[in-house]
Design a protein around this ligand. Structure first.
Ligand code: KDG
Length: 315
């Protein structure tokens, strides 16, 4: 059985080879995406076991994703295929600075039909950490309820829940619904991983300690606020707190996927019982590594590469 369980929507991504509009860019490279899948790749490359649940269309994209899951040694045994709906995809632009633009082709996708019944059917025995992101509840009402079911089931078996709000405003009908839903899941999570900009939207403040307090007062046990290049701030319900400086990326090519890599670093650190500041430092290092490549997950390191990167910038 795996120690980590997660679920969500995987996609095929087409990444522009140069900056410009769709009609101006002829060549795209194909890759694999999806926040929870990126996270699963991150944790398994670091030597942990992860089960990943999703629904895929019976189409070439679905087959490609399934092959990839197997190749990465993620337990995808429960992944379901459907003839009725297609696997989602998205287009990512290339930018010379800042975050790239993304265009989704995922409405009514196979994964948006994940429902609470699917989650009830999962065998979670042996799972120590369940990871949820705020992308999944944005996909459909069923997906939203599936996230809540998963958090509830995790707590029933004594597992922890980590939650990355992963705000994708494009996927929500209204900001109000988004804020309410994401906070509801966060309040039912043990480890909450908002970015500083997400804190402003979700907790109404961009002071890291106030963001942390907002979640701690509502039931979360550990809050880690991502501060970009500066690093990350953490605070626990016992009052332990600190800021862990970030690592310098070799280069910045594409920022998409940094949060998933960060989550993979933190979660594996926690499962290895590292002191919290070291788990956060590992998250920071993972984030710095992934942004130096164009894909959402291709550059995720194994343990050796990660430790060598951290050693090189030893503080
Ligand atoms: O966190 C990275 C993800 O955003 C990316 O891989 C694609 O899942 C994705 C999404 O919905 O944006």
């Amino acid at each position: 059985m795996s120690e980590i369980f997660t679920m969500g929507e995987p996609m095929v991504v087409f990444i522009a080879e140069k900056p410009g509009t769709f009609s101006g860019v002829e060549n795209y490279s194909r890759g694999l995406a999806g926040a929870e899948l990126n996270f699963s790749i991150g944790v398994t490359r670091l030597g942990h076991t992860a089960s990943y649940f999703t629904k895929l269309g019976k189409d070439p994209y679905g087959a490609y994703i399934h092959e990839f899951i197997e190749k990465e040694k993620i337990d995808g045994e429960k992944v379901l295929f459907t003839e009725e709906y297609l696997t989602g995809s998205y287009l990512k632009t290339k930018v010379l600075e800042g975050d790239p633009a993304v265009y989704y082709f995922r409405k009514n996708s196979a994964a948006s039909h994940i429902c609470p019944k699917d989650i009830e059917a999962q065998d979670l025995s042996g799972v120590k950490m369940v990871h949820i992101t705020g992308i999944t509840p944005a996909l459909s009402e069923d997906c939203r309820r599936s996230c809540m079911t998963l958090a509830k089931r995790a707590h029933e078996i004594g597992a922890m829940v980590s939650f990355d709000p992963n705000i994708r405003e494009k996927l929500w009908k209204s900001r109000e619904e988004m804020v309410q839903t994401l906070n509801d899941i966060a309040f039912h999570s043990d480890v909450v991983l908002p970015g500083i900009k997400e804190g402003r939207i979700l907790a109404g403040t961009d002071v890291p300690e106030e963001i942390a307090d907002f979640y701690l007062e509502h039931g979360s046990k550990t809050v880690i606020v991502k501060l970009g290049e500066t690093g990350a701030y953490y605070k626990t319900k016992d009052g332990a707190q600190g800021t862990v400086p970030g690592y310098k990326p070799e280069k910045i090519v594409d920022t998409v996927g940094a949060g998933d890599a960060f989550a993979a670093g933190v979660v594996t650190g926690l499962l290895e019982n590292l002191p919290l500041d070291e788990a956060v430092a590992r998250g920071n290092a993972m984030g710095a590594i992934i942004i130096s490549s164009k894909g959402d997950n291709d550059n995720l390191p194994d343990r050796e590469t990660l430790f060598a990167f951290q050693e090189k910038q030893k503080r």
